[in-house]
Design a protein around this ligand. Structure first.
Ligand code: ATP
Length: 290
């Protein structure tokens, strides 16, 4: 038996940090949604009790550090599964980019193994399992669009945003999420995004208010540490994007465009600037599930 799952990339339409909690984590409030850029995960039964990971991408761990491996281990242990599995990750989502690639792979592995081993685990239970692997995994289990709170694991699902193009560009630098959060002074954030207003713009399919409301409090940290991310953002704005924002802790920056021609122009304009550039559709409506 063999199953395939699609693991889509997420972007943040807003990312707010409300305060630092006594347990050291930051209390966040953010709107997450998925774009049509995805890894493909193939899972095949093995005739021995082992978890084997392979990938064409040379730059990700293939051992217990891989989030797909951790997802398989968790589900095997929790449901006492004796069979083994071979997992192949066809990576398309840039790594360490702020697009939750690893979390989405882990979520797809949970969904796929639930099917492969006919475990009958509900979506809600899969999200609870996912929270043990990482804050973004519960969202990636279900996909769609959600306001995430707490550490990112408390989800309120909302309507999909209006259909549009998303041009993503990842500069060739590695940004540590822990480092960015560590350098953020939660009590001195200059401008918080208005999450409720953006959620309302999404509900009423008001594309222009959505573009105007995009906001991420981690931008001020990452942009001051890495001037090339600021240059990239400025470049997208100059090329005429309707809205531009950094996703997660970066370094990926995305531009929203209602017209395909404009998305193409921005894509072409960025290609000389940056190697990893993608022009994709926002995942909306029935296509929103991963
Ligand atoms: P987030 O937006 O959730 O912070 P990210 O997009 O910034 O995630 P990932 O692509 O998930 O970052 O990679 C973060 C780290 O996780 C990398 O250092 C990578 O080596 C490791 N990793 C573990 N498993 C995977 C996987 N399946 N795919 C990509 N990276 C993985």
């Amino acid at each position: 038996m063999r199953v395939m799952e699609k693991a889509s990339a997420k972007i943040n339409l807003t990312l707010d940090v409300l305060h630092k909690r006594p347990d050291g984590y930051h209390e966040v409030e953010m709107i997450m949604t998925m774009v049509d850029l995805a890894d493909r995960i193939e899972m095949k039964e093995l005739d021995r009790d082992a978890i084997i990971i392979s990938s064409q991408a040379g730059y990700i761990p293939l051992d217990e550090k891989n989030l797909a491996f951790q997802a398989a281990r968790l589900i095997k242990d929790r449901y006492d599964v004796k069979q083994g599995v071979y997992i192949h990750l066809d990576k398309k989502i840039p790594v360490a980019a702020g697009l939750a690639g690893g979390s989405s792979d882990a979520a797809a592995t949970l969904r796929g193994l639930n099917r492969l081993w006919r475990l009958g685990i509900t979506d809600g239970e899969l999200r609870t399992l996912g929270a043990e692997l990482g804050s973004d995994v519960p969202f990636c289990v279900t996909g769609g669009t959600a306001i995430a709170r707490g550490r990112g694991e408390k989800l309120e699902f909302i309507d999909s945003p209006p259909q549009c193009w998303v041009v993503l560009a990842k500069p060739p630098i590695n940004v540590s999420t822990a480092d960015v959060y560590g350098k953020l002074n939660a009590s001195r954030i200059a401008k918080h995004p208005d999450t409720a207003a953006v959620a309302e713009a999404i509900r009423s399919k008001d594309y222009h208010s959505l573009c105007d409301g995009l906001g991420n409090v981690l931008e001020e940290v990452t942009l001051s540490l890495y001037p090339e991310v600021r240059q990239l953002k400025n470049c997208m704005e100059r090329l005429g994007a309707d809205g531009v924002l950094m996703s997660g802790s970066g370094p990926t920056v995305f531009a929203l465009c209602s017209k395909e021609k404009k998305a193409q122009r921005i894509y072409n304009g960025l290609r000389g600037f940056c190697k990893e550039v993608y022009a994709v559709r926002m995942l909306t409506g029935e296509h929103a599930a991963p």
